[in-house]
Design a protein around this ligand. Structure first.
Ligand code: GS8
Length: 224
């Protein structure tokens, strides 16, 4: 492990409010990997970003010894496989791995887009967004069931995929006039449990900073 720390060059192209980038920070922290974090201005993307992710032109990008890895859940899997020591994020059993990837994919297809409707839209569209968003969170809460983490006894891949969005919960609640705690109390208890892990606590911005960012975003895009 020390060898990696000394020799590997690990750079994260980041945008601090991005839940996708937070996933990568949690995974790196779980593995104890030192890295350099470069903030991107998504309105004036760096030539490094455009060079390393010419297809999507998006962050997060992990640059490991000069080689780019794109798409946050793909990056999390890469981290788990490259630094193949404890704690493992994906289960070793193929069926359990497939289930973890299934829920990661479910989160990717739903949470960001529905959440965005809640904090940026108004009227009927917002109401629709709220309904879908809560249904999606309830579905995830059902999958969590009575387990401490989606991964079972300890933080795993699905936890890493979902927990960054909890730093946006205050923003969804404020703009959407809803209470996630009232709708999904077990999911909120799970989020609090995750925050007890150093890797999560240090990778998630304060919910008020996210809210401030969202306010500015809405002003800039005439959504306020
Ligand atoms: C999504 C990354 C993304 O949306 C992943 O990595 O999992 N599926 C990808 N990145 C955004 C910032 S966070 O909302 C981004 O880089 N946007 C720049 C752009 O759209 O131009």
């Amino acid at each position: 492990m020390a060898r990696h720390q000394e020799q590997d060059s690990v750079v994260l192209l980041d945008f601090w409010p991005s839940s996708y980038a937070m996933r990568v920070k949690i995974a790196l922290a779980e593995k104890g990997i030192a890295y350099e974090c470069k903030q991107e201005d998504l309105r004036a993307k760096s030539s490094l970003l455009l060079e390393k992710n010419p297809v999507h032109k998006m962050i997060p990008i992990l640059v490991h010894d000069g080689k780019p890895i794109c798409e946050s859940l793909n990056i999390v899997q890469y981290i788990d496989e490259t630094w193949n020591h404890e704690p493992h994020l994906l289960p070793s059993d193929p069926y359990q791995r497939s289930q973890a990837r299934f829920w990661g994919d479910y989160i990717d297809k739903n949470v960001y887009s529905m959440g965005k409707k809640v904090w940026t839209m108004k009227g009927k569209e917002q109401e629709e967004g709220k309904k879908q968003f809560i249904e999606c969170l309830r579905r995830l809460e059902g999958e969590l069931g009575e387990k401490a983490y989606f991964g079972g006894e300890k933080l795993g891949y699905v936890d890493v995929a979902l927990v960054p969005f909890t730093s946006w919960f205050y923003t969804y609640e404020t703009f959407g006039n809803l209470s996630i705690g009232a709708e999904c109390p077990k999911l909120v208890a799970w989020a609090n449990r995750c925050m007890q892990s150093q890797s999560v606590a240090k990778s998630l911005p304060h919910p008020h900073s996210i809210h401030e960012f969202a306010l500015q975003y809405k002003k800039r895009n005439a959504l306020a």
